[in-house]
Design a protein around this ligand. Structure first.
Ligand SMILES: C[S@@+](CC[C@H](N)C(=O)[O-])C[C@H]1O[C@@H](n2cnc3c(N)ncnc32)[C@H](O)[C@@H]1O
Length: 171
């Protein structure tokens, strides 16, 4: 798996040691990069599409990082690896479960909607890494409205396309 420069840059903005959720993970490349490089020990790979999630599950298993909690297992169980979860935005992420929330490869309107619908989860996280393919100003306005600092504001070109990546500090 050769990760793109865009996805590598996104993954490397996650603070080492933080548990992360990659919302709209699709192929699961960002969670695998986080585990493989020792940045995170636990990542939730979430997607709305069962087909995408299956792809992420296969890739995570092949990389040796798939984590499948047993049903009925304690919430307090030490979690390690990549847990694949079917989720519309942050709907299936529990408050306090992750420190970093990653959203990339969707439009800014959808990202803004996902964040606002999941504010209970956002407020218990420590950082957001967002890379919308359009309408980045909506995410800047979101950060401003909630008084969150934009800690990093990057622009990069990957395969001749221009991308914005923001790291927003929650607390
Ligand atoms: C273009 S892919 C981006 C994949 C990867 N994040 C990247 O940046 O390369 C968009 C993914 O977002 C997922 N998606 C769209 N709406 C979503 C939602 N409301 N909640 C979770 N995932 C969603 C799609 O199923 C798809 O897998």
């Amino acid at each position: 798996m050769a990760i793109s420069n865009r996805l590598k840059t996104i993954a490397e903005l996650v603070t080492p040691g933080y548990r992360a959720a990659d919302i709209g993970t699709d192929h699961g490349y960002v969670p695998i990069y986080l585990l493989r490089n020792g940045i995170s020990s636990y990542v939730i790979a979430a997607d709305l599409s069962p087909g995408s999630l299956e792809k992420a599950r296969e890739h995570a298993a092949r990389a040796g990082f798939l984590f499948e909690p047993e049903t009925g297992s304690s919430e307090k169980l030490q979690k390690n690896g990549i847990e694949c979860r079917l989720s519309d935005g942050l709907a299936e992420i529990h408050p306090g479960e992750v420190d970093a929330i990653i959203l990339s490869g969707m439009g800014g309107i959808l990202m803004d909607r996902i964040l606002r619908a999941g504010m209970e989860v956002v407020q218990t996280a420590k950082e957001l890494i967002v890379s919308p393919h359009r309408d980045v100003e909506l995410l800047r306005a979101f950060a401003d409205e909630y008084g969150y600092e934009i800690a990093q504001d990057l622009e990069l070109t990957d395969k001749k396309k221009r991308y914005h990546i923001l790291k927003i500090r929650i607390r």
